[in-house]
Design a binder for this molecule. Structure first.
Ligand code: WTA
Length: 658
């Protein structure tokens, strides 16, 4: 990656923030890193006592005896929902607003910690009444809503393991996840409302359950969001409000061991089906609470807003768990940034006096474009002076978008924390801290104190600063993935491969450290995982979806190509079982295949480009040459060596856009 002039600009932490920050200045940052370096377990134990309230205190910190299946604080017991709700009420925050909820059509409601606690208890009791027990899995397929947060908290309260499925996934994807998790219950809504459009969540659940393999599901709880029509199976379905109304507002938490699985979250890898990333309770809660406080420099009077969906890990850690564990007030938003117009985010920051704003580069890039043509979308036309700290997550933020965000949203005053992390890491791994770290646009800067990140070569040897390599984490950390649900071997192979003697956690990203400062820049995935609008997808999954259209498709290969707005776009090369289509026919079939992928996986996976060929570029041994496809997708001239190619003429054909 080249480094244009303005990327090297450095923004020191603003005085006003540095003075009173939780981590104030680089000396404080280094002290924490030194503490972790000197006494790794002691450091995490100290924080685990400070940030988590334990029912039964732990006596062991890290158990490495079954590495890479690490255990943290194993003999400690706790309840995550107790930590997020009861504790705040006990500390006198019962009447504090926990959630300011704004609906798609702009209605605002406020929910105090006491209300959240009482309703969580009611929902937890309803789940218990439905026979859901500690260790059972519950799938949550919900719109962005207070009820979505309650559903997660209620599972945590009774020790059930939740598995939230993003509302943009299809019935087929939902079915796969229900089956893999062996879920006993599903919590959903009649419909989701986003950008003025309804999405029939309950109908999708019905379809998923009818596809087979979901016999484990005994109950479906339905939150009435829109009042739209739904089919009801009285033996299986129950309205959430009915189920809750009958229940007391107290519910004794299930005290669980620190390693008890809090949740599964399915995410894409380079091979096979999405994998159920399993997180533990104690270590996860610690990092969620800790990073929310330090990375955003969270204070009691902040109004925090993370725009992610609870269907992704960002919504888990920085909506459902981190802010509540800190007793914060946060905004939860049902809708989308562009409805009713692209000024929605800025208007909401102004209306709710948001002080900390955390969003994705894709959103920023699309709003930059909107602001160019529509004054109502221009952040400079809103009063955003309440903002103190800005955050970015999910994909690399390009320096131009960073500068725009800093200048036009943050008024040049607000540090931007560019947080690098993953579903598997549970919370921030490499990120600036607003009162400490001088910022360089496009760099996620330095590891969070206690995270031992490094850049290595294929043999696991650290490469010199300035040289690109593979991003690894050298020591286990409390909020790390524990296993892939039902597939411990795949966990080992994916994250602790033999290449590094099984010692280092492999993130799956490439990185380079600045030659002078040691700052990290993430250079992108080194496997077949795509990142489209911050949504993670495997090329293999999309290929499988395409070839499952057995009537039309003979063969398919999927690659990513850079996209100005979405970061990456999905580009599919398809060989049909009929002659290569052209013109209108090609357009029609491409449309059909796009819809097909939408149905198989979900609308987020629909290829932007579909190109048809008589064949795919292959080596003489029959291996598809993806690097050539990537070059073609980018529109680059093929300068690479094609001498091993079986059928060079195919490149020309695939280069033609349909
Ligand atoms: C990418 C999202 C650059 C990276 C929290 C990672 C980033 C994948 C950043 C994980 C960032 C996330 N800069 N790249 N600040 N944050 N990524 O599991 O490729 O949905 O491996 O977790 O997103 O995506 P996931």
């Amino acid at each position: 990656m080249s480094t244009p002039e303005h990327e090297t600009r450095i923004y020191p932490p603003p005085e006003a923030i540095a003075r009173q920050a939780h981590v104030s200045g680089m000396d404080a940052y280094r002290q924490l890193c030194d503490e972790a370096e000197r006494d790794y377990q002691g450091y995490w134990a100290r924080l685990a006592r400070e940030f988590v309230t334990w029912r039964q205190p732990f006596t062991q910190v890290l158990d490495e005896s079954q590495a890479p299946f690490f255990k943290w604080f194993e003999d400690g017991t706790l309840n995550v929902s107790y930590n997020c709700l009861d504790l705040n009420v006990e500390r006198g925050l019962g009447d504090k607003t926990a959630i300011v909820f704004e609906t798609d059509d702009g209605q605002v409601s406020r929910h105090t910690y006491r209300q959240l606690l009482e309703r969580t208890c009611q929902l937890a009791n309803a789940l218990r009444e439905a026979g859901v027990k500690k260790g059972d899995r519950v799938v949550i397929y919900m719109p962005m809503s207070v009820e979505g947060v309650l559903a997660m908290q209620a599972c945590a309260r009774i020790g059930a393991t939740h598995s939230v499925v993003f509302g943009g996934f299809s019935a087929q994807s939902l079915r796969d996840r229900i089956e893999d998790a062996g879920a006993v219950a599903v919590i959903t809504a009649d419909e989701q409302l986003r950008g003025g459009k309804q999405l029939p969540l309950k109908a999708i659940v019905d379809e998923a359950l009818s596809l087979g393999g979901c016999d484990s599901v005994r109950q479906v709880l339905v939150y009435r969001r829109t009042g739209g029509n739904v089919n009801f199976d009285p033996a299986r379905d129950r309205w959430l409000h009915d189920a809750m109304a009958a229940q007391p507002t107290q519910c004794e938490p299930e005290w669980v061991g620190a390693e008890h699985p809090l949740f599964l979250l399915y995410t894409s890898g380079s091979t096979g089906k999405p994998k159920g990333v399993q997180h533990a309770s104690g270590g996860y809660l610690l990092h969620a609470a800790l990073t929310t406080k330090w990375t955003f420099d969270l204070r009691p009077d902040d109004i925090f807003w993370c725009t992610a969906d609870i269907g992704w890990v960002t919504g888990h850690t920085y909506i459902t768990y981190g802010p509540l564990a800190n007793g914060a007030t946060q905004v939860v938003f049902e809708g989308v940034p562009t409805y009713p117009d692209a000024g929605r985010f800025w208007r909401m920051i102004q209306d709710h006096k948001v002080t900390i704003f955390y969003t994705a580069p894709t959103a920023i890039r699309s709003l930059i474009k909107a602001a160019e043509v529509n004054p109502a979308a221009d952040p400079r036309n809103y009063d955003l002076t309440s903002l103190r700290v800005l955050g970015s997550v999910g994909e690399p933020i390009n320096p131009a978008a960073w500068e725009w965000y800093h200048q036009n949203v943050g008024g040049g005053r607000c540090p931007i924390v560019d947080t690098f992390w993953q579903t598997e890491t549970g919370g921030h791994m490499i990120t600036p801290l607003p009162g400490a770290t001088p910022l360089v646009p496009g760099s996620c800067s330095l590891p969070f104190p206690g995270i031992m990140a490094a850049v290595v070569d294929e043999t696991g040897k650290e490469v010199p600063w300035g040289q690109g390599g593979i991003l690894v984490v050298k020591k286990p950390w409390p909020s790390m993935i524990r296993t892939i649900y039902g597939d411990p071997e795949r966990f080992k192979k994916s994250y602790y491969p033999a290449d590094f003697q099984g010692k280092y956690y492999l993130a799956g990203d490439g990185a380079v450290r600045d030659a002078k400062t040691g700052y990290f820049t993430i250079t992108g995935r080194i496997d077949d995982v795509l990142n489209v609008s911050g949504h993670r997808m495997g090329t293999m999954e999309i290929e499988s979806a395409l070839v499952s259209h057995t009537e039309l498709v003979a063969e398919a290969a999927v690659v990513g190509r850079p996209d100005d707005t979405t970061g990456e776009a999905v580009c599919a090369f398809v060989v049909l079982k009929r002659p290569r289509p052209e013109g209108e026919e090609a357009k029609r079939i491409a449309k059909e295949l796009r819809e097909w992928v939408g149905k198989e996986i979900g609308p987020i996976a629909k290829p932007k480009d579909i190109r048809f060929g008589d064949n795919l570029p292959k080596t003489r041994s029959g291996k598809i040459m993806r690097r050539l496809l990537r070059a073609i997708a980018k529109g680059e001239a093929i300068t690479q060596d094609t001498s091993t190619l079986e059928n060079p003429a195919i490149l020309e054909q695939l280069s033609q856009t349909n």
